[in-house]
Design a protein around this ligand. Structure first.
Ligand code: GRF
Length: 211
């Protein structure tokens, strides 16, 4: 049976929730969140930025603000399963060491194992660039265009043991235009992601969701 979600403690501006943001690429979502947190006092603060490689461009967003930031590459372990588990142990240890209370996946391109998810379940959120349950997986934009969809968007959800299948917290829609390319759609969706994710984190941090 799947474990229950254990949501983060209700936080406040005086005692903000300690967030880690996990990225794999350019981190435009991370940059938008950091700007949001800088623009006003919030009930959450980013205390750790992690990427699954040392050369993820988005690491710079953490480093330039003097937030603890690490690229954690996959260890040199031959067995694939063990390599994945060892990598997740390194990530888990970094989260625990930094007293992280909520893990925010923001363009983190690795699927986490059920055993990692169980340790953070309810305190692990993801943003996915489609209106889930439509178009889960790594090719959401391509799948939406191939399907002839006329709307898409993004979904913020709690992560469970499946792929893009956890409890939905919020969604934003965008139109798909007749001659959209994948990259047109991706850019349009990122714009709404950058607004929606920080707002959902506000609500999650102050205890507005129940699971
Ligand atoms: C976002 O569209 C997110 O939904 C998806 O990956 C993209 C990350 O972009 N999972 P960025 O690295 O934040 O620019």
């Amino acid at each position: 049976m799947d474990e229950a979600y254990v949501l983060p403690r209700p936080a406040s501006i005086e005692d903000p929730l300690r967030i880690a943001v996990l990225i794999s690429g350019g981190g435009s979502g991370l940059a938008a969140l950091l700007q949001y947190q800088e623009s006003e006092a919030r009930a959450h603060q980013t205390v750790l930025v992690l990427a699954d490689s040392q050369d993820a461009g988005g690491l710079e967003h953490g480093r330039s603000r003097e937030i603890e930031t690490h690229g954690i590459s996959l260890p040199q372990v031959e067995d694939k399963v063990q390599r994945r588990q060892s990598h997740e142990e390194l990530v888990h240890d970094a989260l625990v060491k930094a007293d992280v209370e909520l893990v925010v996946l923001s363009g983190y391109m690795r699927i986490l194992t059920p055993s990692f998810v169980r340790r953070w379940k309810g305190r692990l959120v993801n943003i996915h660039p489609s209106l889930l349950p439509k178009y889960p997986g790594a090719h959401a934009h391509r799948d939406a265009l191939a399907d002839g969809a006329t709307v898409s968007g993004c979904t913020v959800h709690l992560v469970d043991e499946g792929v893009d299948s956890g409890m939905i917290l919020a969604q934003s829609e965008v139109p798909i235009l007749a001659d959209d390319t994948e990259s047109d759609l991706q850019e349009r969706i990122k714009k709404v992601e950058h607004v929606l994710y920080p707002e959902v984190l506000d609500r999650l941090a102050v205890g507005e969701y129940s699971a």
